[in-house]
Each structure stands twice: as C-alpha cells, then as structure tokens.
Write a protein that binds this ligand. Structure first.
Ligand code: ZN
Length: 139
C-alpha cells in the first residue's frame, strides 16, 4: 500500500472565508501516484473546516448568513469560551457545524466526485497561518 501526506497552508486576510481547494487536492492525488484508494482532507485547527459542496457564490453567502444566525460573532461576551480572553467562541461552533474533514474515493487516479461536488476550506477565525492535512492511501 502506498501512502502520501501533505500539509497545505492558508493565511486568510479576513476573519471568515470559504476557499475552493479542489485543484490543490487534485494536484496532491497526481503527486501521490495513487490510482485506487482514499483521500482524507482535514482542517488541523479547531476554528476551521473542510467540507464538500457546490462552488456557487450565492450558496456561500447563504452559509455565511446561516452561520451568523446560529452563532453570531458579536457580542463576544455571549460566549463562555471568550472568558479565556479569546474572541473566537463563535468560530469553534461554526467549525463544528461545517465539519472537520472529508474523505473522497480515488478511482482510476481521480477524485471520484458527484457532478457538483467540490472541496472547500472554511475559515472562521482567520488572519493567521493555518494548515490542512491531506492523507492519501491506496495502490
Ligand atoms: Zn478559541
């Protein structure tokens, strides 16, 4: 069995963002040389997500509004977590809703997606360097 590991680094200039990382993950699959297997992609931070959905800007605005309704950033005093001196209580909750990781099958050397599936990095507490782990196993 072959195994491949890579860390992708992001530094988002805003507090929140959704970034399509599908091309980066495809490049990892090519670099791995693995034709049949599984590709895990996970955020290595507890205030960021990796998820799969449509690359459609309206949908991303809908996510942003929905997440702000569920866990508004302000007032920051509403979160017990922020009593530690942090201001990212909302980011931890948003990450939980949007998920930590995705696993995609690799078939004949390609990500075996549904028609509209794309991989996104979801940032909820940006303006600093953060990592995504890509782990691919197979033959
Ligand atoms: Zn925190």
């Amino acid at each position: 069995m072959k195994s491949y590991r890579k860390e992708l680094w992001f530094e988002v200039p805003t507090r929140r963002a959704f970034i399509n990382i599908t091309q980066e993950i495809k490049a990892c699959v090519r670099e791995s040389g693995i034709k049949e297997g599984l590709c895990l992609v996970n955020a290595m931070h507890i205030t960021a997500s990796v998820f799969i959905n449509d690359d459609e800007s309206g949908l991303h605005q809908d996510y942003e509004r929905w997440l702000e309704k569920l866990a508004p950033h302000e007032p920051i005093s509403q979160y017990m977590h922020n009593r530690t001196g942090e201001d990212n209580g909302d980011a931890h909750l948003k990450r939980q809703v949007m998920g930590r990781e995705v696993v995609v099958a690799i078939t004949e050397g390609h990500l075996d997606f549904g028609t509209w599936e794309r991989i996104f990095y979801g940032e909820f507490d940006g303006r600093r360097k953060k990592r995504v782990l890509v782990k691919i196993i197979g033959e």
